[in-house]
Write a new protein. Structure first.
Length: 82
């Protein structure tokens, strides 16, 4: 599983990258809080019952885990296919 944090209209969200789609974890979920066995369980739940599904090409990935202060952190923008 590939976990990502991305910028949404409501702020940073955590989710699971599944091909070119992101399956969102419930709002307020933090990857740091989920480290350990809970992270895998949360990922499996997001794949089976996502809070939302959004195309990777439609988001800006964040280097900061969801729900963390973004000051002085860099953001990564996904590359689009040429």
């Amino acid at each position: 599983m590939r976990f990502v944090t991305y910028a949404s209209a409501d702020g940073d969200r955590a989710g699971i990258l599944n091909g070119q789609l992101i399956h969102a974890l419930p709002e307020g979920s933090s990857l740091l809080e989920l480290l350990g066995p809970a992270l895998r369980l949360a990922g499996e739940h997001a794949l089976s019952e996502p809070a939302e599904v959004i195309a990777l090409a439609d988001v800006t990935l964040s280097a900061t885990p969801a729900n963390q202060d973004r000051h002085d952190h860099h953001r990564a923008t996904p590359r689009r296919a040429s």
